[in-house]
Design a protein around this ligand. Structure first.
Ligand SMILES: Cc1cc2nc3c(=O)[nH]c(=O)nc-3n(C[C@H](O)[C@H](O)[C@H](O)COP(=O)(O)OP(=O)(O)OC[C@H]3O[C@@H](n4cnc5c(N)ncnc54)[C@H](O)[C@@H]3O)c2cc1C
Ligand code: FES
Ligand code: FES
Length: 485
């Protein structure tokens, strides 16, 4: 197969070709240090503050689309074939402010200004997608942007007012859409990219089959999907990741199939990619999905990465296990399917052989009489990691509980089912007594750790109360109980 040694992309509308791109080189360092595009700031270097927000446009199954992402944890190699747009590209050649910038000025949305380019880029993406956003939509779009001095009210007022200063129809990314699409298409040559020095090699396979082959060639390689975990290994732990196989560009891994019996999510689908299908088939997961990270991270991070990293506090494993999900693993051309809970063997140990990768996740459609819920407890509502997360799925036949699947994150060394609590529900009549017994059984399932997120006692009490909450919310109480999120 043909190999290419350099990566090619558009930077603010101009074609850029960079040879010898090491696996660990970040987009932010390239922009600031190499190109002197210093409008994009470095605040936290871990995807939390949004000061580094840029837009990345890529050609997908539905054409060209732009999303805000964190340049600090986005690797440069993964930008091949994309259009990177920085804050420098917003104002016109005559220095006229962009409508988003003008709105921020008029509504006093900036004080020291350090966070402002990041806010402006997130609001730019929101305005392109939703020109007249509600305050709620603005808040969701800004989950991943932090401001230490202005306060959010003026920024939200600016966001709601952007369309008073201009229309997305007149924006460069709209008027030049066809030309940009043609430029990006012309860059696609179907080659595998192998670039960077030998000890920091970046490999971008040409297709999913080529990924399977490359992983057999480099079985110890770091797989990089959205890089929202791996990025931090580099920026925070200074860990070498080469050789690294980048998979975020593989459309074949992003497919989402809505079958009559199951929803199948390609391992490379981002949280944003699967949001609509998840909301359609598992509406209880809609609000939960919005509590995973912030917009930028949801645009990059994948469900496959959340599972493959094996973290005991990842948000998707508990809820997917409760729904009876299976994971499809692939090595070369061979595939095997496991119940998701069986994938997590122990802390840091998953049932994945060298050369094998997560290809997809299959989530069965809900059965008749199935009641589902998902809860996340964290210190902050937005952009925070769970102290405790749970997926609860209970099936009723008449008033009798005929199936129960309850899986917790944050309660053990792996995402884990609560077997004793499930047994306390099975065969019982739907009622307070059954859920009380399930809550009492939980200490036999888990001995949670104390750490900086929560104490062991707090975790256990929260977990027990979440079971009771499920019962109350599902119409269990004699008089309905109002619970806040
Ligand atoms: C600011 C911030 C907030 C966050 N908030 C949350 C949160 O609220 N909830 C939460 O659960 N997580 C959160 N995370 C963690 C992270 O976003 C998720 O774990 C995400 O799903 C990881 O996916 P990724 O594609 O970015 O994985 P990557 O970082 O690319 O990879 C993660 C791991 O999975 C492996 N991997 C990736 N894809 C595959 C594959 N197909 N086959 C085999 N191995 C693979 C990689 O080698 C690596 O070991 C947050 C991260 C950041 C930076
Ligand atoms: S620098 Fe804080 S999110 Fe990138
Ligand atoms: S204006 Fe100073 S951090 Fe936001």
């Amino acid at each position: 197969m043909q190999h290419r040694r350099e990566i090619r992309f558009l930077l603010n509308g101009r074609e850029v070709s960079v040879a010898d791109v090491g696996a660990s080189q970040t987009l932010l360092d390239f922009l600031r240090l190499d190109r002197r595009l210093t409008g994009t700031k470095e605040g936290c270097a871990e995807g939390d503050c949004g000061a580094c927000t840029v837009l990345v446009g890529r050609l997908g199954a539905e054409g060209l689309s732009y999303q805000p992402v964190n340049a600090c944890i986005r690797f440069l190699a993964s930008c091949d074939g994309c259009h990177v747009v920085t804050v420098e590209h917003l104002s016109g050649p005559d220095g006229r402010l962009h409508p988003v910038q003008q709105a921020m000025v008029e509504h006093h949305g900036s004080q020291c200004g350090f966070c402002t380019p990041g806010f402006v880029m997130s609001l730019y993406a929101l305005w392109m997608e939703t020109p007249q956003p509600s305050e709620k939509q603005v808040e969701t779009a800004l989950q991943g942007n932090l401001c230490r001095c202005t306060g959010y009210a003026p920024i939200i007022r600016a966001a709601v007012a952007v369309s008073e200063y201009g229309s997305p129809a007149a924006d460069y990314l709209t008027t030049e859409r066809e030309a940009i699409t043609a430029q990006l298409r012309a860059m696609q040559d179907g080659a595998r990219i192998v670039t960077g020095p030998e000890d920091n090699r970046a490999i971008l396979p040409a297709s999913v089959d080529d990924f399977a082959a490359a992983l057999l060639e480099y079985p110890q390689a770091t797989i990089v999907a959205g890089a929202t975990d791996v990025g931090l290994w580099v920026t925070k732990f200074l860990k070498p990741i080469g050789p690294a196989i980048f998979i975020g560009h593989l459309d074949g891994l992003k497919e989402i199939e809505e079958g009559s019996d199951a929803l199948t999510i390609g391992a490379g689908a981002s949280y944003t990619d699967c949001e609509a299908a998840i909301g359609r088939h598992f509406p209880h997961l809609g609000p939960y999905w919005d509590r995973i990270a912030g917009w930028q991270v949801r645009n990059m991070g994948t469900v496959g990465g959340n599972i493959a990293n094996g973290s005991p506090i990842g948000d998707t494993p508990p809820v997917l296990i409760s729904l009876g999900a299976e994971v499809v693993l692939r090595k070369g051309d061979a595939r095997r399917t496991l119940p998701l809970e069986a994938f997590f063997i122990d802390y840091g140990k998953q049932d994945r052989a060298a050369g094998e990768f997560v290809e997809s996740i299959r989530v069965p459609m809900p059965a008749q009489g199935q009641r589902d819920a998902a809860y996340k407890i964290s210190k902050r509502r937005d952009e925070d990691i769970s102290s405790v997360a749970v997926g609860i799925s209970v099936t009723l036949t008449g008033e009798t509980i005929t199936a129960a699947r309850i899986a917790f994150g944050g309660m053990a060394a792996t995402p884990k089912r609560a077997g004793e609590a499930e047994a306390a529900l099975l065969g019982k009549t739907w009622g307070e007594a059954a859920f009380g017994a399930a809550a009492e059984a939980l200490p036999r399932d888990f001995k949670p750790l104390s750490d900086w997120r929560a104490s062991s006692d707090y975790r256990m009490l929260s977990a027990q109360n979440l079971l009771r909450r499920f019962y109350l919310e599902q119409g269990g109480a004699a008089s309905p109980v109002q619970l806040t999120a």
